[in-house]
Ligand binder design. Structure first.
Ligand SMILES: [Zn+2]
Length: 488
């Protein structure tokens, strides 16, 4: 059990980290209600009733053990149904069974573990996250959500409380969220939610094996005809909850282990191509150039201004209402992450420059307004420089709002867990927005979703440097335990 001073020390140490991130990342820090309404659900109980041996020690050991299950040598990599993914799934099944869950693997390689209490209704609460990773990954991304759910259910099992749950609870370790192998995210959760196109089964990986081939290699006979059997019916599901590392720096900056997620940002990916007049770097006078590189540079700086100060561009043109401007200013992030130039030689004025644009915000209407404005400004800049510009829309995903009811239950549970660990009131549980995609996005097509974020060191993720404090793993498990005990 964490002593009060240990918790304080933990908070204080995190306050030493400089608060260098932009204000917009403190997205939606809605500090409200929780202290008043949350402590009423669960009695504080004896302090020795916090199950550190299961929720912290064993959970942390399992996260580290899974962190070693890799297809790479010296780094962590587990892609869809790779040998390491199969080994990881088997380990997770063992731990699910240890927690008293009945387990199986479905037609897309998702690992399920379910507790079916006697006299429970048919609607199951689903709790999940992904077991696949990126290349050279951290060990907490995805894994933490699976392990904290299993740990919480193990506590309910050893205390005999799982028999008294009013609903079945099912933990799901999704087979693919990162999309590394097939460049198609959410294979597992999208199939379960019934939104995976059947044509996805024929998508090949780099070696030419299709999703269907890979399933078959693992003795899973999923076809376009029987794919729909993986889908859950909305009537059979109570809701979906996911615990995930924050993958950003906000929780660390405010010195708290847990936050509730208000929603997951929508996203558009664009490719902007600028064509000019290719020429000799030594012979074409500056006044006679049609240089796509400098046009691209101006466009990139424009994008930064547009996304830093959207109100300066779109408040007066009628595309956005006041709500959009407010939510845009709080959540809009834009990134140019990849740029290519032709012919890419030091002594040649380029003929063509292309770059990617990634735009994310919780506000879908605002995102459209930004793209509209970007397009207008692009034509103005490109005309002025006598180059031609094309904007190609590559990918769109709408924002997902987490369910208000689930969120307030998760907020109460997180508050209760943190208060019990600290031994005193720890203040309000913050509410953040997620700029990263999660399985909850796919699951929102099936049922209402709620999410908890867990603090990670430096906000670093998708890196071996990814780290979560042992006590924060404990807090996550305790919060899920409190959530289940109170609401089911
Ligand atoms: Zn993840």
């Amino acid at each position: 059990m964490a002593s009060h001073s240990a918790i304080n020390e933990l908070y204080n140490s995190s306050k030493l980290i400089p608060c260098v991130f932009p204000l917009f990342l403190i997205v939606i820090l809605l500090l409200s209600i929780s202290s008043a309404d949350s402590s009423t659900h669960i009695s504080d109980g004896p302090k020795n009733d916090l199950f550190p041996e299961i929720l912290r020690d064993e959970a942390v050991a399992r996260i580290y053990e899974l962190g070693k299950v890799s297809d790479g040598h010296g780094y962590l990599e587990r892609t869809f149904l790779s040998p390491a993914s199969i080994r990881a799934g088997n380990l997770i099944r063992t731990w699910m069974e240890d927690a008293g869950l009945t387990t199986w693997v479905d037609g897309l390689g998702n690992v399920h573990g379910r507790v079916q209490p006697p006299n429970a209704s048919n609607k199951a609460l689903l709790i999940g996250s992904h077991l696949d990773t990126v290349v050279d990954a951290g060990m907490f991304d995805g894994t933490l959500g699976i392990i904290s759910a299993i740990s919480a259910l193990k506590v309910l099992n050893v205390t005999g409380r799982s028999r008294h749950l009013q609903h079945p609870v099912e933990v799901i370790a999704f087979s693919d969220e990162e999309g590394v192998r097939f460049q198609s995210t959410f294979l597992g959760s999208a199939a379960l939610a019934g939104v995976l196109p059947a044509s996805t089964l024929q998508v090949p990986d780099k070696s030419g094996l299709t999703v269907q081939n890979v399933l078959k290699e693992n003795l899973i006979d999923t076809t376009e005809e029987n794919l729909s059997q993986i889908k859950y019916e909305p009537e059979s599901v109570l809701g979906y909850v996911e615990v995930h590392i924050e993958q950003g720096p906000v929780l660390e900056s405010i010195g708290l282990p847990l936050a509730v997620v208000k929603g997951i940002a929508g996203q558009t990916r664009l490719k902007l191509t600028v064509r000019g007049s290719q020429g000799h770097a030594g012979t074409v006078p500056m006044s006679m150039r049609q240089d796509p590189m400098v046009a691209a540079a101006e466009l990139i700086v424009l994008l930064e201004s547009l996304c830093k100060h959207p109100q300066d561009f779109i408040s007066s043109n009628g595309h956005c209402n006041a709500f959009s401007i407010e939510s845009l200013s709080g959540s809009l992030v834009c990134t140019v992450g990849e740029i290519s130039t032709w012919p890419s030689a030091s002594n040649v004025i380029p003929g063509q420059v292309s770059f990617t644009i990634d735009i994310r915000t919780i506000d879908d209407i605002g995102r459209e307004a930004i793209i509209y404005e970007l397009s207008n400004q692009m034509h103005r800049i490109c005309d002025g420089r006598s180059v031609s510009c094309f904007l190609d829309r590559k990918h769109d995903a709408d924002a997902v709002n987490c369910d208000g009811g689930l969120n307030s239950q998760l907020k109460s549970a997180a508050y209760t867990a943190l208060k019990r660990m600290a031994g005193e009131d720890i203040g309000d549980v913050p509410v953040l927005m997620s700029g990263a995609g999660h399985d909850a996005m796919a699951m929102s097509h099936l049922t209402k979703v709620g999410m908890l974020f867990v603090r990670c060191r430096g906000g670093i993720s998708h890196s071996p440097e990814e780290h979560v404090l042992e006590d924060d793993v404990w807090a996550a498990g305790l919060a899920i335990q409190a959530f289940l005990e109170t609401n089911l």
